[in-house]
Design a protein around this ligand. Structure first.
Ligand SMILES: Nc1ncnc2c1ncn2[C@@H]1O[C@H](COP(=O)(O)OP(=O)(O)OP(=O)(O)O)[C@@H](O)[C@H]1O
Length: 352
């Protein structure tokens, strides 16, 4: 209660007489998405930055930095500022956000109130780091909300309904397995297995099976293309280095190769969902029997994941609409009706 009243006071003083812009940020391991209230999504770019290591200057951010990743000149460092859903390089995250803020700068507005999501189960230091980096990047006020809550809201779930829902959000660095009911998160598990780990396994699998070394970006493209493919027979060309001759090489592989490469990690996700289901109260379990499992995040597009979950639990699995945008959609819904969700907000002044 003490925390809440403090939070209200701070909000009022900031809002006092000044025009405020309300912004939502999904600061992800793979992508950073920025939404401005009443305007829509303004930034949707890879969380990448390139920096000149001679001058220490930022070279490129977002899509442009990702494009040169793996083929950058020696004087350029490519940095992915977030790892496993949390900030792993503060300065690079700050530079990236400053760059994105510059792109959405509006000289008529001096106050940006920002709502950012964080994975559940992060440490206080990791959480504090998100507050600080957004403030340092220029925001006047920062609030946080846990990613599973935002994903659930953005998936179209009425989180205030006294009925439990199970949301599995598969991002690039983390998979969040969360039971949402009666206005909040009743149980959450965050595991560090997601899209990036699938890419790594694809790299290793094609190296072992086809004698070709490919980059992680090629592996990611292969994963995405194969999951967009309509048939299991479609073939994809991949290019890289021959493991014996070290010369450029190209091979054609089928969709099922990707599935074989990622099945081990898919099964680890299934094990974690199983464990989570075993740990919850019977009433929640009874609801899940009816509501099924919602899949969100970019990794929700992996067809094998949906299939394996259906097989393992015999539950209805819903891949939500535009799964990669579920979190930012949730943030936009919260920003539209902030008072309704205040109990779920972690404010800048929450005591640590
Ligand atoms: N069509 C697709 N098929 C398979 N995987 C996909 C597809 N589209 C995106 N992905 C994967 O989804 C992941 C990115 O998802 P998302 O943007 O939800 O993650 P994030 O929010 O950046 O990560 P995190 O929540 O872990 O910090 C990447 O690993 C990407 O390769």
């Amino acid at each position: 209660m003490k925390v809440f009243s403090k939070f209200k006071k701070i909000k009022n003083s900031i809002f006092n007489g000044k025009k405020v812009r309300h912004i939502g940020i999904d600061l992800g391991t793979a992508n950073t998405i920025i939404y401005i209230k009443e305007e829509g999504i303004k930034i949707d770019e890879p969380s990448y930055i390139s920096r000149n290591n001679k001058t220490e200057r930022v070279d490129k951010i977002g899509e442009l930095a990702k494009k040169i990743a793996g083929k950058e000149p020696k004087y350029i460092d490519i940095i992915r500022p977030l790892k496993n859903g949390v900030i792993s390089n503060y300065e690079a995250t700050l530079n990236m956000l400053e760059g994105f803020f510059e792109e959405i700068r509006d000289d008529a507005i001096t106050n940006d109130s920002v709502l950012v999501c964080i994975p559940s189960g992060v440490t206080q230091v990791e959480r504090r780091s998100v507050f600080n980096v957004v403030l340092d990047a220029g925001a006047k006020e920062v609030n946080l909300v846990e990613e599973p809550i935002a994903a659930a809201i953005g998936s179209g779930i009425d989180i205030f309904e006294p009925k439990a829902h199970l949301v599995v959000n598969v991002g690039a660095g983390t998979t969040e397995i969360s039971f949402i009911s009666s206005g909040g998160d009743s149980n959450s598990k965050s595991i560090r297995i997601a899209g990036d780990h699938f890419d790594q396994d694809i790299v290793e699998y094609v190296k072992d099976e086809y004698g070709i070394i490919i980059g992680k970006k090629t592996a990611e493209t292969l994963k995405i293309k194969s999951n967009l493919s309509e048939t299991d027979d479609e073939k994809f060309e991949i290019r890289g280095i021959d493991t014996i001759t070290y010369l450029p090489k190209s091979v054609e592989i089928k969709v099922d190769v990707v599935n074989k490469a990622i099945i081990y990690k898919i099964n680890l996700i299934i094990d974690s969902i199983k464990q989570a289901l075993e740990e919850i109260a019977p009433e929640i379990s009874a609801d899940i029997y009816e509501t099924g499992i919602y899949l969100s995040g970019g990794g929700a597009r992996i067809k094998l994941l949906k299939k394996r979950i259906e097989e393992a639990f015999n539950l209805n699995v819903t891949v939500v609409e535009e799964p990669r945008h579920a979190v930012i959609k949730g943030l936009s819904i919260i920003l539209d009706d902030f008072n309704k969700y205040t109990n779920l907000i972690i404010s800048d002044h929450t005591e640590y």
